[in-house]
Design a protein around this ligand. Sequence first.
Ligand SMILES: [Zn+2]
Length: 419
Amino acid sequence: MPVLRGLVTPLASPLPAPLLSLIADYRLLTNEIVREALASGKTSRGALSRFARDRALVHQLTGQHAVVAADIARTLVKGHRRRLRQHLKPRVPYIRRPFLRTNPHTFHLDPDSGKVRLSLRNGEWCSFVAQLSRYHRARLGGEGVRIKQLQVSPDKAVLFLERPAPKPYAASSLLALDTNESSLDGVSVSPSGSRLVQVPFPELRRIQATHFVRRRELVRKKARDRRVARRLLRKEGTRERHRVRSRLHDLTTRLLDIVVQHHGALALENLSRLPTSRRRVNTRTRRRLSSWPRRELHRQLEYKAADRGIPVYWVNPFRTSITCPKCGEITRPRSRVGPTFTCGHCGWTMDRQLNAGLNVGRTALRDVAELGGLRLDLDALSHDAMRPRYPFAEADGHGRSGRRGRDRKGAPPKGSKLQ
Ligand SMILES: [Zn+2]
């Protein structure tokens, strides 16, 4: 299956006026198709494309643009209908931001200069320049890469690239990890033996806590001006999201680069099957847990692993934290397990988070036939008094503490812990 990836590029200059007007019309057309689909009950691609082409004549858009708009509208309506079926009381989809999405027939990108020539209407073309960095050029020049679509909005252009996914290799080792709030914990199993693994990321929680305090402060200070408060809060939220994402990208890239070097496979718990906790927790804990970006972490691991051909196995997380990996006994199902897991049956003792990771590994080794040659050696692990961390954690202690941690030239300040 091919991989589809978005490549975002900033614009070198503002878009020409005719293109801006086309973008505005395109948004209106898409909204019109959404309304038509909902009012008439049309669901088929053909019927909506026909309607879109008719309306495109009125808006003076080309049929090509109209067909893509119809596809977008159809996806929006499909989601809306699904939510209706689930009785979620959704709002009717409505696009507020102007944009234009087109197929390769209607534009041409020159990868050297970043110049994009785009068909506006029949026989009418315009051009603008997208800022391509070295990263962009490397992506565009990759083997087998095809540009599938282009999306233009007043501030940026997004290229949708398709490239053939590398076939997952036959793994010779397994890295099984349980996702926790500030670390990934588990075990690495290879023919030469098993080893406990911990990939810590304590920074994330610190960032989230900092921003939470700042937001609370903002709400207090701007209590009399809700308009300003809202704007500042949004800004604060965006910064937090960017900081968290960037840390996660760093972490996942480095982790997977090591996995691919060892020709390893990855086993993770399947979070979509995680039952919602019925345990009573206080507001603080609930807030902390709901802001925990584990979905984003898994999303990045999944797509980056696909990029590198690393096989990923998803394991049902049911009872991973209360099962004994040695004898399979389920301990104390009705009460919380403390920081250390102890089996009431065979006496196996292990850190709770590492223990969950061991169970993820055990299940993956049991259920996945391709990993047949590997064996989880628990006896070797129980003597592992130390908690080894994954190589990179100490290899280059390069962490970042955001803008405040750096001086203007981007170098870490003197006496910083980061060096
Ligand atoms: Zn046991």
